[in-house]
Design a protein around this ligand. Structure first.
Ligand code: CP
Length: 315
């Protein structure tokens, strides 16, 4: 297996073999993260800039930790105190960051397609850390990595994605990854948030929560993306929760061994009750932890690293 991509922009453009290579490389890095010395010299001397122009906790910190574990110099861009507040364009911001010596940019932006745009301007790798409602490729990779740790190969596995699918970049990246890996994906929610056209992505669309949950091996909850919704997609949050929120009673419709996942941030008591988010079937914090190894793999491969030759020496 080999990797010949400079950027990671979408999972739509990756093959199943590409995804498997990232997962295999992440497995190696996860083993390294379990050692006393967690740092490897793989990207020593490289300068990586975390250019986050939308809020983030998990993705920003996991990329920062991943870069540090690879011995890169990582710089966090502070959007609130930057000249973007004075009207500087994304193009100018990125070109200035490049001129200052960045050798890789990790971009989160509200505009779908902004990582692709930067990848066409810059001569360095661009990693998509979430672009609008389009894609969140490293989230899809860490989610499928976590599922595989519990279930093995995903071919034929039944995964339900429940909630605001329409505005979710996490849903799109997971749909691309899961369908390439052979899983059977059902997306569930109100018809305003789960329109029929999602069937064109190779998934089943359902508005009947009970029947969808009945044979699920994984249920992935999604937050209502208020920041992206332009009109009322349901009468009220309370009414959404009363029909589609995952609570104790509805969890009884699930297989007792079904995994409960959520990319975060969680709105407790809305899309999922605390009892389930913190319960024995939840792998939510495993997802977060796996984000480091998966992002180490992405940074390493996009920097030109050979997956067969991960140096583990500190020097
Ligand atoms: N899952 C996710 O993208 O979380 P953050 O917005 O906190 O990065």
């Amino acid at each position: 297996m080999s990797w010949n991509r400079r950027h990671l922009l979408t999972l739509e453009e990756l093959s199943a073999a590409d995804i498997a290579l990232i997962h295999a490389t992440a497995t190696t890095f996860k083993q390294i993260l379990g050692r006393n010395v967690k740092k490897v010299p793989a990207l020593r001397g490289k300068t990586i800039v975390n250019l986050f122009l939308e809020p983030s906790t998990r993705t920003r910190l996991a990329f920062e930790m991943a870069a540090k574990r690879l011995s890169a110099d990582v710089i966090a861009f502070d959007a609130a105190s930057s000249s973007t507040t004075k009207g500087e364009t994304l193009r100018d911001t990125a070109q200035n960051i490049r001129a200052l010596g960045a050798e890789m940019i990790i971009l989160r932006h509200a505009a779908a397609g902004s990582p692709l745009y930067l990848s066409r301007i810059l001569d360095i790798p661009v990693i998509n850390a979430g672009d609008g409602a389009h894609e969140h490729p490293t989230q899809g990779l860490l989610d499928t990595f976590t599922m595989q740790e519990h279930l093995g190969a995903l071919r034929g596995r039944k995964v339900v994605i429940l909630g605001d699918v329409l505005f979710s970049r996490v849903a799109r990246s997971n749909i691309h990854a899961l369908t390439k890996l052979g899983a059977a994906v059902t997306v569930v929610g109100p018809s305003t948030l789960v329109p029929h056209w999602f069937t064109s992505l190779g998934v089943t669309v359902s508005h009947d929560l009970r029947s969808a949950l009945a044979d699920a091996e994984v249920v992935m909850l999604l937050r209502i993306q208020h920041e992206r919704q332009t009109a009322g997609m349901f009468p009220s949050l309370g009414e959404y929760t009363s029909v589609f929120g995952l609570n104790r009673a509805r969890a009884d419709w699930l297989n007792p061994r079904a995994l409960i996942m959520h990319p975060g941030p969680i709105n407790r008591g809305v899309e999922i009750d605390s009892e389930l988010a913190d319960g024995k079937n939840s792998v939510i914090l495993e997802q977060v932890a796996n984000g480091i190894a998966v992002r180490m793999a992405v940074l390493y491969l996009c920097a030109g690293g050979d997956p067969q030759k991960i140096a583990t020496s500190k020097d």
